[in-house]
Design a protein around this ligand. Structure first.
Ligand code: ADP
Length: 295
């Protein structure tokens, strides 16, 4: 199974070009779509989910034309949007049953088995009688996964799923997603590099509506390995360092600024060579388009 996106473009009526000739090949497994806010991730996710149209280009899921054959795709799609609306007073079991009914599972007994197994899978069975409004962020996201899995989708789209989750909730959510990813295409859209590093076997970095890189995380890291140097400086020295070096990221550690730069040769001046990580790949790429310090 493969999702093939070719030359996809979209300009909103206000003139913003959210997708600028996007081409991506997405195999089965977890695919991370990484980009800063405003990169065009949600626009791309909504287009793949048939919720909005592109101006030009094509999307094929094997032999299904996603942009034309919307009904077929909707039957094979699970979507967990960023702002997942919940009915606060309805309990999890009733809501899932309702969603299953909407997705065309007519038989009550069949739905009962399905709803129970999904609630077990996302570890919400014991909470099934609770109103959705009482759920924590992590529970909401796990419920979101359960509803996205109704109908056994072959393509699952998850938009910014870990924002607002605490570390243990995030871990549980990671485990759940990685189990699902084995037999389906799961596209995980996020600006959190760690999500992609932990979960995804393939990834792309997009920025300002363009694909800057498509790779496996390890291949991405190999492109900057041996070129990353770090140094702790005072905050007021940042501007002068930015003039002299290709600064790709900064982090405040104990009141000092830890600077990471990219350079083909050892810059000296107190810089120390350091192993590259996926965050370096991300910032190195997006710094070609936007200022990585101010985003
Ligand atoms: P991301 O999900 O990566 O944050 P979006 O796809 O939401 O990016 O947005 C990409 C660009 O398109 C942004 O500049 C955003 O302001 C703009 N945009 C998104 N939706 C609309 C819309 N409905 N009308 C006009 N501009 C939009």
């Amino acid at each position: 199974m493969e999702l093939l996106i070719k030359n996809l473009s979209k300009t909103y009526p206000n003139g913003v070009r959210a997708l600028n000739d996007i081409s991506l090949t997405i195999p089965h497994g977890m695919f991370g779509l990484l980009g800063p806010n405003g990169a065009g991730k949600s626009t791309l996710m909504r287009t793949i989910s048939t919720l909005q149209d592109a101006d030009s280009g094509s999307i094929m899921l094997d032999d299904i034309n996603v942009l034309e054959d919307k009904q077929t795709i909707r039957e094979r799609l699970g979507y967990l949007p960023q702002d997942f609306g919940l009915y606060p007073r309805i309990n999890a079991e009733v809501m899932l049953d309702h969603i299953a009914q909407m997705k065309g599972i007519g038989k009550k007994s069949e739905r009962k088995v399905l709803v129970e197994s999904l609630l077990q899978k996302v570890n919400l069975f014991k909470d099934r009688k609770k109103g959705l409004g009482t759920f924590s962020g992590g529970m909401r996201q796990r419920f979101g996964i359960a509803q996205a899995l109704v109908g056994n989708p072959s393509l699952i789209i998850v938009d910014e799923p870990t924002a607002g989750l605490d570390p243990s909730e995030r871990n549980r959510f990671y485990n759940l997603l990685s189990e699902i990813g084995e037999n389906t295409i799961v596209i995980l859209s996020t600006h959190i590099v760690e999500d992609v590093n932990t979960l995804c076997s393939n990834m792309a970095i997009i920025c300002q509506g363009e694909v800057l890189m498509q790779c496996k995380p390890k291949e991405g890291i190999a492109t900057v390995q041996g070129k990353i140097y770090k140094k702790a400086i005072n905050k007021d020295e940042l501007d002068s360092y930015r003039n002299d070096y290709q600064v790709i990221s900064t982090k405040l550690i104990e009141g000092r600024l830890s600077l990471r730069i990219q350079a083909d040769t050892d810059p000296g001046n107190g810089f120390e060579a350091t192993p590259a990580d996926l965050e370096d790949v991300y910032f190195s790429n997006i710094s070609k388009k936007v200022d990585p310090i101010t985003i």
